[in-house]
Ligand binder design. Structure first.
Ligand SMILES: Nc1ncnc2c1ncn2[C@@H]1O[C@H](COP(=O)(O)OP(=O)(O)OP(=O)(O)O)[C@@H](O)[C@H]1O
Ligand SMILES: [Mg+2]
Length: 429
């Protein structure tokens, strides 16, 4: 009998020896052997879920990036309880396409059958901003819970970045003063109305400066994400859960990406802080000889990641996400960054990716950005690998720093429905 070698991306040789190549992994696709039209699928490819990773998912428009992220997230939920109990996942969904994971992929029953899979609904928790609930209901988009954030938890620079205000201009100086006064009087427990009130009463500033800042605060009320109490964000990281944070309905507001980044920045900071303190607790318990209970590894999947962690400029999510990238191994947080244009992604994040899944890319700038990070162990030029990919959707190359190997693969079809499909003018008969 021929023994088919198993491929587990993201897993080091040491871990393969210790855990084997399948335990604690997800089945994400099949190895592609041969080039272009001649290529055929061979043995399964698994992805390590048991260790923290930074994964880049790239490819030009419509090549299957969001779909592939959904596949990885499905694997976290589908893992045996002993594994999924040690994991927790969040999808940051700026385009509003992941709600459909709640439904089985009945459209692709035949394709799934070829892969030995069946359509399946995922038990995801869909969170939306509290103030947008009515709009979601009107649009008939299902959701489970709403969330809010506390204005008092945001820093002066978070607000300044969101409002596009420089801290050394009069509005910036006023902003800093208002927040300082509020903190003195209320700690972290103040509302946007309090902010408007405090901006109005600062007599040392010109009327137009006060008015400009008040207008910004009033506009922020419309976003529907603030409340004095704020939500308990820890429920997003419960064991064995997949949370989808639908941030799509900010589309119509000015600076919508900054607002989304504000939410992501705050959430990432909180999760990291929580994970770091629980890690310390675990270590202390270990020292005291008590039984340790490992906290779940938190996986955060971010679609359109270049908007949150851009190459040029900074967003309220930049620093928090860079901390995930740089120190995430210790506290156990994984990040999956998905974008059409890797060269638009912050280079520090790009260079920290230990796994890259790249669908077809054609722009030289994007290919060069990838070449720079994982050239050492490639036998050919990266463009040659990409050129040799078949045209079919879901085909990609995988650069794995852990095994120092490059694979061509076809991602498996989704068992849950993917709503991000490219619309077509030609309808099926
Ligand atoms: N592995 C796959 N198997 C089968 N079909 C796939 C696969 N990956 C993608 N597709 C098909 O391709 C379509 C486009 O994929 P997807 O929405 O992930 O594109 P994208 O790369 O995220 O594009 P954009 O940059 O516009 O966001 C999907 O709706 C699906 O029909
Ligand atoms: Mg997409």
């Amino acid at each position: 009998m021929i023994r088919i070698p198993k491929i587990t991306i993201g897993r080091s040789e040491g871990d393969i020896e210790k855990y084997g190549s399948k335990k604690g992994t997800g089945y994400i696709g099949k190895h592609l052997v041969g080039d272009k039209g001649e290529a055929h699928v061979a043995n399964p490819i698994y992805m390590d879920l048991s260790r923290p990773h930074v994964i880049g998912v790239f490819g030009k428009r419509g090549t299957g990036k969001s779909y592939s992220m959904g596949t990885m997230a499905e694997e976290i939920l589908k893992a045996p309880e002993s594994i999924s109990n040690n994991l927790s996942a969040i999808i940051v969904d700026p385009m509003g396409i992941y709600w459909s994971m709640k439904f089985p992929n009945e459209n692709d029953t035949a394709l799934l059958d070829d892969w030995g899979l069946k359509p399946d609904a995922m038990d995801v928790q869909l969170y939306i901003p509290e103030g947008q609930a009515e709009e979601f209901r009107e649009k008939d988009i299902p959701y489970d819970k709403t969330f809010t954030i506390k204005p008092g938890e945001l820093s002066t620079s978070d607000w300044a970045m969101t409002f596009d205000i420089k801290l050394n201009e009069p509005r910036g100086i006023l902003l800093e003063k208002v927040l300082r006064d509020l903190e003195e009087d209320y700690g972290e427990d103040y509302s946007l109305d309090n902010m408007v009130e405090y901006a109005s009463t600062q007599g040392d500033f010109k009327e137009e400066t006060r008015k400009a800042l008040k207008n910004r605060f009033n506009a922020a009320k419309e976003w529907g994400i603030f409340s004095v109490e704020g939500s308990e964000l820890s429920e997003f990281t419960e064991r064995g859960t997949l949370t989808i944070l639908d941030l799509s309905l900010f589309g119509a507001i000015r600076g919508s990406w900054s607002v989304r980044s504000l939410v992501v920045g705050l959430l990432s900071n909180k999760i990291l802080r929580e994970r770091m303190s629980s890690k310390r607790l675990e270590e202390m318990r270990e020292m005291e000889g008590m039984q340790t209970s490992e906290s779940p590894i938190v996986w955060m999947f971010i679609d359109e990641a270049h908007q949150f962690l851009p190459n040029d400029g900074e967003t309220p999510a930049s620093d928090p996400l860079l901390s995930w990238v740089k120190i995430g191994r210790e506290p156990g947080v994984s990040l999956v960054l998905c974008t059409q244009q890797p060269y638009k992604l912050n280079p520090d994040a790009l260079s920290q990716c230990d796994v890259v899944l790249s669908h077809r890319l054609t722009s030289k700038a994007d290919i060069d950005a990838l070449k720079n990070i994982m050239q050492n162990y490639m036998r050919y030029d990266l463009s040659t690998y990409i050129d040799n990919l078949p045209k079919a959707k879901g085909c990609a190359i995988c650069l794995d720093d852990n095994s120092e190997r490059v694979y061509k693969l076809r991602m498996r079809p989704r068992v849950s429905w993917h709503a991000g499909g490219t619309p077509t003018a030609i309808k099926d008969e």
